[in-house]
Design a protein around this ligand. Structure first.
Ligand SMILES: C[S@@+](CC[C@H](N)C(=O)[O-])C[C@H]1O[C@@H](n2cnc3c(N)ncnc32)[C@H](O)[C@@H]1O
Length: 274
């Protein structure tokens, strides 16, 4: 799997997911972008949050955590969401940093950007901007962002070092990285790692927890912490491996407890050593 193949497959999958929520040429709501039985993407937001955003933003939610509930956001701050999808975390962040702060969403998929902009209009939130671009080449200046959030996107990138160094570049000194992602712990079977469908579903491309921490440190981050928020057992693994041509029972022991959603935190130091 080359990085270009992976990116094309990811774009195609999330374009289709956006169109399920907002069928082409329609302004009304379709079905959910996600499989309601998927243990990774289900039940991530509480009612105080679901009531604060348009229904289509909820239906489009494809994350694996709730970064805005865990990140400390203050009025006046600038937030950037890497891979903002239908915009749920951008809209929730915008309310927290209002009135003087701003929330940016960055996504490479046109259909997701169209859906997110629709959701912004429906939410009537002004301090939001959705940008088209890739998380490997963030279209923002150096030292311009207080908080980077992201929800189940960095695991989709074929060049995670590049994503983390871009995140470091755009954060202000003292800026926070506060991301939900799928991570692995221990060895994961090769049959899982090499499956393209599992890559685009946030599984095959997931980093090991220590590897994630090492990459963050290599990019320059400090105060790195990886906190599991959901650990997936074999029945959960069955839900996301079934239909991918994998004999789940044969690899049950090798996947049990190896996949988790985690909240990944780090800080760009105030003074950077040369
Ligand atoms: C799993 S969905 C998550 C969407 C959103 N964060 C949420 O919680 O609902 C992944 C999103 O990231 C976008 N994406 C994936 N890889 C990307 C990349 N390399 N650059 C920019 N966007 C990317 C996809 O278009 C899709 O909208």
């Amino acid at each position: 799997m080359s990085d270009v193949d992976v990116k094309d497959a990811v774009r195609e999958k999330y374009s289709q997911a956006a169109l399920r929520v907002r069928p082409a040429g329609s302004s009304c709501c379709g079905s959910a972008a996600r499989d309601p039985c998927n243990p990774i993407t289900s039940n991530l937001y509480d009612t105080s949050q679901t009531g604060a955003v348009p229904e289509e933003a909820m239906l489009a939610s494809l994350g694996c955590g709730n970064p805005t509930a865990l990140a400390q956001l203050k009025p006046g701050e600038t937030v950037l969401d890497l891979g903002s999808g239908g915009g749920i975390d951008v809209l929730l962040s915008a309310r927290r940093v209002a009135p003087t702060g701003k929330a940016y969403g960055l996504d490479m998929t046109d259909e997701m950007l169209a859906l997110a902009r629709d959701n912004q209009r429906k939410a009537g939130v002004e301090n939001v901007e959705f940008l088209k671009g890739e998380i490997e080449n963030i279209p923002m200046p150096d030292n311009s962002v207080d908080v980077i959030i992201s929800n189940c996107v960095i695991n989709l990138s074929g060049d995670k070092d590049r994503v983390l160094s871009e995140a470091f570049r755009v954060l202000k000194p003292g800026g926070r990285f506060a991301v939900s992602d799928v991570v692995t712990r221990g060895e994961v079977p090769t049959v899982v790692r090499r499956d393209m469908l599992l890559w685009v579903g946030c599984i095959a491309g997931a980093l090991g927890d220590t590897e994630y921490a090492d990459k963050l440190a290599k990019a320059g981050f400090a105060s790195i912490d990886i906190e599991p928020t959901r650990i997936y057992d074999i029945e959960d693994a069955r839900a996301f491996l079934t239909g991918k041509g994998i004999d789940v029972d044969a690899i049950a022991e090798q996947v049990q407890g190896k996949f988790m959603s985690a909240f990944v935190r780090a800080v760009k130091p105030n003074s950077i050593a040369n």
